[in-house]
Design a protein around this ligand. Structure first.
Ligand code: NAD
Length: 333
């Protein structure tokens, strides 16, 4: 029995996390969920968007499955998600991107992973006004965090039998900050002669991903470029509804879809549960339930290629729970 923190989340979060829990149950994996609220819902009941109770649960369980959280608009609220990643030192954001048969997209042969540094860069939130007419935002890149994420990317590549790591940067302009990231990437790469290494300037990378995505395998990036490029990659394979993610630290890991809480669809049982179901298969691999993860991925692939029980974004008319139930049926057969 695994003890795992479950954060249903805001907006459409509860609908998709329910779908993921249904699928995990149908697959037969034994999980004792420690359900915790964060985000808007927690704000209403406790006055805080990220209660200490949530952090303690994740620290205890070591693993969490999380629905998206709405960051309330207004002064004083920084992203709950960014705060969670910082508090738990979840330094590696892993976003696999793959084409699926039955999902209409521009390419049919993409299988790459974006590994994004999750703790620094422009996401430190260190900003201030300089008088009335200018704003300054500080970009921090450290040797320690750069080395940690690049090493993570190479170790990930070895473990998952990936062949090439591409470091993404803008060192031609930001010679000190991105220059440091690139220099560290080259140093770490020299310790992994079995894996091919190259680097690309971020603007060229964006173009190459649109033109020849099949040439890329593992991308390792500072925080901002990874955030942008991973959405671009999700677009290449059919949209945000398909994009899973993992936030990994040395002690704990939090698995969540790339997309947000899609509040306009909240309560409509409408959005695609695939991203959170795939996030839960990443979670299963993390807790060494590989065989169950593979079975769920196969069941999901079958439902996609049949195309009968898929949500609106995939051209179908199934609800969130109907699509999840179709996956459960495959798992029970
Ligand atoms: P969003 O990802 O919630 O939605 C953008 C649009 O993408 C939706 O309107 C919908 O058309 C589509 N979409 C998203 N997920 C889908 C799915 N599973 N199936 C089908 N269509 C889907 O982005 P947003 O509107 O910019 O953000 C809404 C809220 O979510 C904000 O408060 C934001 O801060 C938060 N957010 C949270 C996370 C997170 O928890 N990790 C990530 C991003 C945004």
């Amino acid at each position: 029995m695994h003890r795992i923190t479950l954060i249903p989340g805001d907006g459409t979060g509860p609908e998709i996390t329910r779908a993921a829990v249904m699928v995990l149950e149908a697959a037969g994996v034994k999980i004792d969920w420690d359900v915790k609220e964060a985000g808007e819902k927690a704000l209403q009941s406790t006055g805080e968007v990220l209660p200490e109770d949530v952090i303690n649960s994740i620290k205890r369980c070591k693993v969490a499955l999380k629905g998206p959280l709405t960051t309330p608009l207004g002064a004083g609220f920084r992203s709950v998600n960014v705060a969670l990643r910082k508090k738990l030192n979840l330094y590696a954001n892993v976003r696999p991107v793959k084409t699926y048969r039955g999902v209409e997209s521009r390419y049919d042969n993409i299988d790459l992973v974006v590994i994004r540094e999750n703790t620094e860069d422009l996401y430190g939130g260190i900003e201030h006004m300089v008088g009335d007419g200018a704003a300054e935002s500080i970009k921090i890149i450290t040797r320690k965090a750069s080395e940690r994420i690049v090493r993570f990317a190479f170790e990930y590549s070895r473990l998952h039998k990936r062949k090439k790591v591409t470091a993404v940067h803008k060192a031609n302009i930001m010679k000190l900050s991105d220059g440091l990231f690139l220099q560290v990437a080259k140093e770490v790469a020299s310790q992994y002669p079995d894996i091919e290494f190259e680097d690309k300037i971020v603007d060229n990378m964006a173009m190459q991903l649109v033109l020849k995505p099949e040439q890329y395998d593992v991308l390792v990036t500072p925080n901002l470029y990874g955030d942008i490029l991973s959405d671009l990659c999700a677009g290449l394979v059919g949209g945000l509804g398909l994009a899973p993610g993992a936030n990994i630290g040395d002690e704990v890991a939090v698995f969540e879809p790339v997309h947000g809480s899609a509040p306009k669809y909240a309560g409509l049982n409408k959005i695609n549960p695939m991203a959170i179901i795939l996030s839960s298969t990443l979670m299963l691999r993390h807790i060494k339930e590989e065989e169950t993860a593979t079975r769920i991925e196969e069941a999901l692939s079958e439902v996609l290629s049949e195309g009968k029980h898929v949500t609106y974004d995939l051209g179908g008319s199934a609800t969130t729970s109907e699509m999840a139930e179709a996956i459960c049926q495959k798992l029970r057969n």
